[in-house]
Design a protein around this ligand. Structure first.
Ligand SMILES: [Zn+2]
Length: 123
């Protein structure tokens, strides 16, 4: 998220982000700019991501629950080890939740990026 460029076409969003900031957006300037760029330039990617968001969250919940149960049964972390390990336990569950969403997002981004380049667009 440090490089403010479009993941699909590589277009620099720096100017737009600065503009959004100047009109009052601060923390959400980049996501807001990215969303505006997606809806106007890559509407097919945007609708794809919207439709996959629910699937990603559903899968995330499943893997998080499985990871939680697995850790619980294999290591008994919550019962036998102290508070510090509980934090690690929660972080692992969080990672298990985010991972499917991140993987789906990455696959989609790569797919649409390849398609974009195939169509001969250049920035
Ligand atoms: Zn773009």
């Amino acid at each position: 998220m440090k490089t403010r460029t479009c993941p699909i076409c590589g277009y620099s969003l720096e100017e737009e982000v600065e503009y959004e900031k100047s009109v009052g957006f601060t923390r959400a300037a980049y996501p807001a700019t990215l969303e505006a760029h997606f809806t106007s330039v890559h509407p097919d990617f945007w609708s794809w991501e919207q439709s996959k968001r629910r699937l990603g969250i559903g899968l995330g919940i499943v893997t998080a629950v499985l990871t939680g149960l697995g850790l619980f049964y294999v290591f008994g972390i919550v019962l036998h080890i102290g508070q510090y390990a509980e934090t690690g336990y929660l972080i692992l569950i969080l990672v298990a939740f985010v991972l499917p969403i991140a993987l789906i997002h990455r696959r989609g981004t790569e797919h649409f990026k390849a398609q974009w380049q195939l169509e001969g667009h250049q920035f």
